[in-house]
Design a protein around this ligand. Sequence first.
Ligand code: SAM
Ligand code: SF4
Length: 342
Amino acid sequence: MTVERINGGNGEKMIDPFGRHVSYLRVSVTDRCDFRCVYCMSENMTFLPKKDLLTLEELDRLCSAFVAKGVRKLRITGGEPLVRKNIMWLFEALSRHLKSGALDELTLTTNGSQMPRFAEQLAACGVKRVNISLDTLVPEKFKEITRWGNFDQVMAGIDAAQEAGLHVKINAVALKGVNEDEYDDMIRWAHGRGMDMTLIEAMPMGEIDGDRTDQYLPLSVVRARLMDSWTLQDIAYKTGGPARYVEVMETGGKIGFITPMTHNFCESCNRVRLTCTGTLYMCLGQDDAADLRAPLRASADDALLSEAIDEAISRKPKGHDFIIDRRTSKPAVTRHMSVTGG
Ligand code: SAM
Ligand code: SF4
């Protein structure tokens, strides 16, 4: 079988200057959110005017262009992807690439609040796994962290996702002095429900109301502490993302560690990120970007778009250089995580 037939498109895979094959696209479908997590946003965010957003049809065309160029995994994220109006239309449209075999996985990262409404439909679109973000099991703390979130609604969202047959992974940002006393309980709870859990280091992205040095907790410290309670076995398990996994021998469940700060994972980076305005970021931690909206809108066929994507991939940098310390009060990149998606 030729590469062209495997990819269903022009057959040219996207290989960056460091020989990395780009096969994973994350798409932020909106920068808006129904929560205001303290590490992600300030309380009074100014969001993009709705007129600047790509339509769902345009997002479908862009994603499909990437699939034609060898993307095998698509993650829909945000902001909160499930607050974008009519978002199920996009999932339904993209599911055709699962059916054709061009795509291995269509998935999403969500705060879970809208899951009770959408879990069944997501499963029907061929979504098999979802990441649901949850930083605490204590309702009052949840309110402090998310500011606007409703704990019971998220719990109902997790129930709904599991009832619909979706595999749920819990994502928790490690926050110093906030949830660091809870990881044992969270692991017991998540693994008890058949869910893996991933811990994430807080990254310096976008201005927030507080000071990031107060939030940052290195996962090297967390991991050492976890070893007091659990037997952790390094495993080769990979989901296509940057997490490194261990198996907890006592529960049989997995813990992932996403450590952009203490361990740079850039050497194996296989992904690029698209915003809801059609800007492509080749690295989460760098400002360089390519505008794909202009070539998308310039013609009905995808030749210009495909060229613009190739040009962007040729600029994918070697890696990021996040640092959080008291000498560096400015974020490493000015945009918020909700713009490029986590
Ligand atoms: N709203 C959805 C959610 O919360 O899952 C999707 C978008 S959110 C930006 C994706 C992930 O990024 C979440 O797990 C969130 O906790 C994480 N995140 C947001 N800001 C972050 C930061 N500055 N550092 C590390 N993780 C962050
Ligand atoms: Fe919203 Fe997700 Fe950011 Fe929280 S982390 S404010 S849920 S986009």
